[in-house]
Design a protein around this ligand. Structure first.
Ligand code: C2E
Ligand code: CA
Ligand code: CA
Length: 604
């Protein structure tokens, strides 16, 4: 800054003032000059003071020219960034860039500066040594009297530590320090969130209250260190048995709580509960000690057992106490009738397991598929039957889904295939010329890695001609993995198998994807067939669907089966559509093998 200039100008003013001497005395002039000198001294003092403040400031300060080239940095800048003034001056603040912010971020920052002359925010930068730090930054544009920007001044504070402390405080507030699991507070937050989600999506969710049995004994006899280690191991085992989206929390002491979102079925949660009990029932080893503890579980379900986080936790707690009272190392559902339902299901499942192992009580029934025009039996569907000495006849509508959920469907399905293959061989050996038989395949059966190989071997072992056995699949089996499905279907087609889409119209019913699949048959679900003779509204909707589906199937060269035809009226209603085969009580109920042979098979 040139300090002589104003004085020079002042001298010239002196002249001007002297020529107008009639208005200003010399005395006035002297006073004016004195005032000016004082003002100058003051501003110089102010400047020095400002410089000292800037130098001593705890905040880092950068001053750049309008193009962003650094002209000045203060010592705090050097301390935080690790760069000396010499290293920084002449460069731009990009020197500190962490790479953590994208171009949009900086563009917005400049936009703010241009329009408001001011920007404040948090920004990640990098120290000379490479370490990242978070700073709270204020940038001000400094303009001259005409409003033109002459400098930018940036003030920043390193808030990395503050943020880390906040994070630590947050962890203390929301997580259990021993197990690092969410604590009650965080759990309640998440539960409230999950409830809102479940409400929107019309889904269920479950809360499992978990309380260790005899934990106090371990703590009292072996000490708190062992108790703590035990809790850690318990937390780990529980976590391993839960699904990825489930939340496990520690409420305190030996109480844990699991939150299971997106629940479709009570069985899903009781299955998890049994897994947890099994896991905690295994012996624990802590130091030299080896011991067993058990746990009691209480389950509550949204929305039936509570619609708030609080209510659900309370219901689960109540159910847990019932589990403790009724023998420990077990679980209870909040509602008593659910327990009855659950124990019946459990008993049924265990009976099914025994049945599938021995094959005793299982049978396959056969239902004819009849050609609509010729009346000839062109095929049969194999339908599994289960008779249990205590439960009586159990509907496949009950035990097939149960087998699917428990994994029993694989051995059950294998049993069905062998049974059907054996039956076909026997009929063939007796010269009975059986028709093709279709077997239902569930998703997990279809996706067995060796399915095609299994079937190839089955054909060979029972000396069946190609295509003697075919399969029925629902759309949902194929939908997600269409590409892979095509490969399996094609391999089955090479074995001569007929492949039908079952229950068509009940699932996604995507007509367009059908044409990409190597299928032979489409089965229109019996609901549509039955609605064809229902009331006016039903009739119209159903007729439109049947017309579209059968029309498309015909175009794709698929045979169409109408399922569940029970009456002449239904058969009559179907006469308008290109249906090839009829399957239903009208043309033949599912019957055992012997009856089937008697009624539908002929010598030769
Ligand atoms: P699905 O594949 O739709 O089988 C046809 C069902 O319709 C059978 O019920 C059959 O008895 C019934 N049905 C046949 N004609 C009529 C009729 O005119 N009216 C009425 N109302 N119903 C008729 P089912 O035998 O109870 O089988 C139920 C389901 O269980 C089957 O439905 C199938 O999805 C499954 N299933 C049966 N056997 C097996 C099997 O061996 N393996 C697999 N994975 N699933 C099977
Ligand atoms: Ca079927
Ligand atoms: Ca069906």
């Amino acid at each position: 800054m040139n300090q002589d200039q104003p004085i020079e100008r002042g001298t010239r003013n002196e002249h001007e003032m002297l020529t107008g001497a009639e208005r200003l005395s010399v005395e006035d002039l002297r006073r004016a000059l004195e005032q000016r000198d004082q003002a100058l001294a003051l501003s110089r003092q102010n400047l020095q003071m400002a410089e000292r403040v800037i130098d001593a400031s705890q905040e880092g300060i950068i001053i750049t020219d309008p193009s962003g080239v650094i002209e000045y940095v203060n010592p705090a800048f050097c301390q935080v960034t690790g760069y000396s003034a010499e290293e920084a001056i002449g460069r731009t603040p990009a020197l500190l860039s962490s790479g953590r912010h994208d171009a949009v971020f900086y563009r917005q920052m400049w936009h703010e500066l241009d329009t408001h002359g001011y920007w404040r925010g948090e920004i990640w930068n990098r120290r000379k040594g490479g370490a990242l730090y978070l700073e709270r930054l204020t940038i001000t544009a400094i303009g001259d009297d005409d409003g033109k920007v002459t400098h930018y001044a940036a003030l920043f504070t390193d808030i990395t530590l503050i943020r880390e402390n906040e994070e630590r405080v947050r962890r203390l507030a929301y997580y259990d320090p021993l197990t690092r699991l969410p604590n009650r507070r965080l759990l309640e937050d998440r539960l409230a969130l999950a409830i809102r989600h479940a409400h929107r999506q019309q889904q269920g969710l479950a809360v499992i209250f978990i309380d260790l049995d005899h934990f106090k004994q371990v703590n009292d006899t072996l000490g708190h260190a062992v108790g703590d280690e035990l809790l850690l191991q318990v937390a780990e085992r529980l976590q391993e048995r839960l699904r990825e989206d489930d939340t496990l929390a520690r409420l305190g002491g030996d109480e844990f709580l699991a939150l299971l979102p997106e629940l479709h079925d009570v069985e899903e949660v009781t299955r998890v509960a049994r897994r947890l009990i099994e896991a905690i029932g295994q012996p624990f080893a802590v130091g030299d000690h080896s011991f067993r503890v058990g746990c009691s579980l209480g389950i509550s379900l949204y929305p039936a057992d509570g619609t708030s986080a609080d209510a659900l936790v309370r219901s689960a707690d109540t159910a847990m106490y019932r589990a403790k009272r009724e023998g420990r190392n077990t679980y209870r559902l909040f509602r008593a009738e659910m327990n009855d339902h659950d124990s019946r299901l459990l008993a049924l499942e265990s009976a099914l397991r025994d049945t599938v192992e021995s094959g005793e009580g299982l049978a396959v029934h056969y239902q004819p598929l009849v050609n609509r025009d010729s009346g000839e039996v062109e095929g049969a569907e194999a339908l599994v039957r289960w008779h249990h000495p205590a439960f009586g006849d159990v509907s496949p509508g009950v035990f097939v889904p149960m087998a699917e959920r428990s994994g029993l469907i694989i051995p059950l399905g294998r049993w069905v295939m062998e049974e059907v293959a054996g039956q076909l061989r026997q009929w063939r050996q007796a010269g009975l010329n059986p028709p093709r038989v279709a077997i239902n395949l569930s998703a997990s059966q279809f996706w067995q890695r060796d399915l095609v190989e299994q079937i190839r071997r089955l054909f060979a072992r029972f000396a069946l001609p190609p295509g003697q056995i075919g399969f029925e699949l629902t759309e949902s089996v194929l939908l997600d993995r269409q590409q892979e499905a095509v490969a399996v279907l094609e391999a089955l087609r090479e074995l001569g198998c007929r492949l039908a889409i079952d229950d068509f119209g009940t699932g996604y019913s995507s007509l367009s994807y059908l044409q990409d699949l190597p299928l032979t048959t489409l089965k229109v679900d019996r609901r549509f067939v039955q609605r064809l003779t229902g009331d006016e509204g039903e009739r119209r909707g159903s007729a439109a669907i049947v017309a579209a589906v059968t029309g498309l199937a015909q175009e794709l060269g698929l045979r169409v089966v109408a399922e569940g035809v029970e009456t002449e009226a239904q058969l009559e209603a179907l006469s308008r559509y290109p249906v090839t085969l009829i399957q239903g009580y009208l043309t033949g109920r599912p019957v055992d093998a012997e009856t089937f042979a008697e009624c539908y098979l002929q010598q030769g």
